[in-house]
Design a binder for this molecule. Structure first.
Ligand code: NAP
Length: 240
């Protein structure tokens, strides 16, 4: 992988390039086609590639928690994060993996799936839901996951982020999907966007990486890396 910006170079240490600048920081990681589509045939897989999967793994290794919307969990068949030997050093003093935190109103989650049955010790899956979610279903979910209630009718993402921080999970890696992303942006919660631009044009009706309320976040380019035609763009929010 080569660095294009800020200074051209060939030896990129990804863990260094993506080090969190602060213990409380929300990073969004997404892959999109050149024309901005966030999925191909309903999944992100067709947009991704070898280097993107490498960056995806490094970002997980650095995070305290992986935040994700329930539709992404369902469509992408999310499991728990699996430990990697290379994470031992960046994760010193932390559990071997970050837990996955799922945002959901309906609680339509497969509690018999590995996401709930195979989470690593110290990284039990977290379900972030609403006060109005069906109570009996919430009790059932609580047997398999840590439940956070953040909001009444819908999850208030600012509250959810605050509660995660209170639990010591300040380095938040959001992996989408676009509907959750748009709400995070509208609430002014996105500190950083890691966007992989896949060398594809796809047309069709895939959502963009934000799909929801209009918002405006000013970004500054922090770095651009390249491998096999994929661009790895790291943007940070400009302070107002
Ligand atoms: N290109 C990429 O990098 C990338 C990354 C991730 C996903 N994707 C793709 O994006 C698609 C899924 O994304 P999506 O935007 O449709 O959905 P999403 O953001 O993953 O999840 C939406 C779901 O999250 C829950 N939710 C969201 N906001 C909520 C709130 N405020 N309160 C309560 N629950 C809330 C709801 O779950 P319930 O229905 O359970 O209530 C809602 O149906 C898939 O095709 C996936 O492959 C692409």
């Amino acid at each position: 992988m080569r660095r294009i910006l800020p200074s051209p170079g060939d030896e990129v240490d990804l863990a260094e390039a993506y080090a969190y600048p602060s213990r409380e920081w929300l990073r969004l990681n997404m892959v999109a086609s050149v024309d901005g589509g966030a999925w191909l045939k309903g999944l992100s897989e067709g947009l991704s590639g070898k280097a993107d999967r490498r960056v995806f793994g490094v970002l997980r290794g650095l995070a305290d928690v992986v935040l994700v919307g329930a539709a992404t969990v369902r469509t992408e068949g999310y499991g728990p994060v699996r430990p990697r030997a290379s994470w031992a050093e960046p994760r010193q003093g932390r559990p071997p993996v970050p837990p996955v935190a799922v945002v959901t109103r309906r609680l339509d989650l497969d509690l018999a799936s590995p996401l709930f049955t195979e989470a690593e010790p110290g990284a039990r899956t977290i379900v972030i839901t609403t006060g109005s979610a069906p109570g009996d279903r919430r009790d059932e979910v609580a047997k398999h996951a840590d439940v956070i209630v953040a909001g009444d009718d819908r999850v208030d993402l600012a509250t959810a982020v605050r509660v995660l921080r209170e639990r010591g999970l300040g380095r938040i890696l959001c992996e989408g999907g676009p509907r959750v992303n748009a709400q995070l942006a509208a609430a002014g919660l996105i500190d950083e966007l890691c966007l992989t631009v896949s060398p594809l044009l796809i047309g069709g009706d895939a959502a963009r990486v934000l799909n929801g309320p209009a918002s405006l976040t000013n970004l500054a380019v922090s770095h651009i890396l390249e491998e096999d035609g994929f661009l790895f763009c790291r943007y940070t929010r400009e302070q107002a």
